[in-house]
Design a protein around this ligand. Structure first.
Ligand code: PMP
Length: 361
């Protein structure tokens, strides 16, 4: 090595992996250094370290393996699911590795890169009209499953969802914070799997930790106090009256999922904080530009809630915030609206400031 050898070395993971599926989970918990407050510490759990770059890889893997264990999914059978993106991308990764065909139904309002990522991973994507909201894409998946005898993944109702967060996400948090304070755990909800699974474990093993649930300011389904009407299988019977379209993709569908209902009924949260989409986008950009932490709009929104908690928290408090996915999933969304592809004035001035390799004016 050179005289001024680097101080950073790595040792490998100490094992060889049998498949991409064995790399799901064990995401790092990272301290915030610039965007925090002086009197408290905020950590983020960076779920974009999962192989298909989101928290939903965990659930995708468990839904398929649970169905294999129970025999609900037969070799070579087609899997179908309604998903706003990350579950579909996770399922596409798992189905590619295990050899199941996958069909995803998705409202045409979700970002184009999500469709393309699923198709790149070998899935078929059937679009549904945005006017029919999450309920429409869900009904379409049910229709296709019934018409073709396919396996419906049912992320919003299946026990495999919260169970995997109880068995992995929560265990990682318990182990990473062993011997450390943990005063608040902050998360949003899509299916509610994260809060239900982590809530079960924190209530049991870290009862002093307060749980904060966040939802879009213009779609306060929990905040409204209005109960969800359901069918016999737990699936929603109607769209929730408090829902409005919001830019925080992956958060709050137009119904209260059955998986989330466990967290509501068991009071797995101590506080609900509404966050406006613009606020989430602001913090996602700040995380990228001041911390080098590149997460999506829901990550920025969860951080916005964590930041609010930190401001009021007693000195010495420790707060953990979930960052569900990567910012690369949002190139065509409002997150990148102010990010230009062409050079701005400052960049053009730099280009002109030395003689070579300029574009003609
Ligand atoms: N953010 C994003 C980007 C997501 O895709 C999801 C999952 N739909 C969530 C947050 C919420 O996670 P959960 O479904 O576990 O509530």
């Amino acid at each position: 090595m050179s005289l001024q050898a680097t101080t950073r070395t790595t040792a490998g993971r100490g094992r060889l992996f049998d498949s991409i599926l064995d790399t799901v989970g064990d995401t790092p918990t990272i301290r915030i250094n610039k965007l925090g407050v002086d009197h408290a510490t905020i950590y983020v759990k960076a779920e974009f370290f999962n192989p298909a770059s989101s928290v939903k890889d965990r659930l995708a893997l468990n839904i398929i393996e649970e169905a294999e264990r129970t025999g609900a999914l037969k070799p070579g059978q087609t899997v179908v699911e309604a998903t706003s993106g990350n579950t579909g991308i996770g399922l596409a990764m798992v189905c590619a590795q295990k050899g199941y065909p996958l069909v995803v139904t998705m409202a045409d309002s979700f970002s184009v890169e999500r469709r393309k990522l699923m198709r790149m991973l070998g899935a078929k994507v059937v679009l549904t009209p945005r006017a029919e909201k999450g309920f429409g894409m869900y009904r379409k998946a049910v229709e296709l499953a019934e018409a073709n005898g396919w396996f419906l993944a049912r992320q919003f109702e299946t026990e495999a969802n919260a169970d995997i967060h109880e068995a992995t996400t929560a265990r990682e948090i318990i182990n990473d914070f062993a011997g450390s304070r943990l005063d608040w755990f902050v998360t949003g909800y899509g299916t509610g799997g994260t809060v239900a699974g982590v809530g079960r474990v924190l209530r049991r093993e870290r009862p002093e930790t307060k749980i904060v649930l966040s939802e879009p300011a213009n779609a306060q389904l929990i905040g409204s106090g209005h109960a969800q009407e359901r069918g016999p299988d737990g699936a929603p019977a109607v769209s929730h009256p408090a829902f409005e379209p919001h830019p925080i993709q992956g958060w709050t569908p137009d119904f209260i999922p059955y998986v989330l209902q466990e967290a509501i009924d068991s009071r797995f949260y101590d506080e609900v904080i509404p966050i406006a989409g613009a606020e989430g986008i602001k913090w996602a950009k700040a995380l990228a530009q001041k911390e080098g932490i590149f997460t999506g709009i829901s990550g920025g929104s969860t951080f916005a809630a964590a930041r609010q908690i930190a401001e009021q928290a007693p000195a010495g408090s420790v707060i953990l915030c979930i960052l569900p996915d990567t910012g690369e999933r949002y190139l065509t969304t409002p997150l990148f609206e102010t990010i230009e592809a062409e050079m701005d004035e400052e960049e053009l001035a730099l280009s002109r400031s030395t003689p070579g390799f300029q574009f003609a004016a």
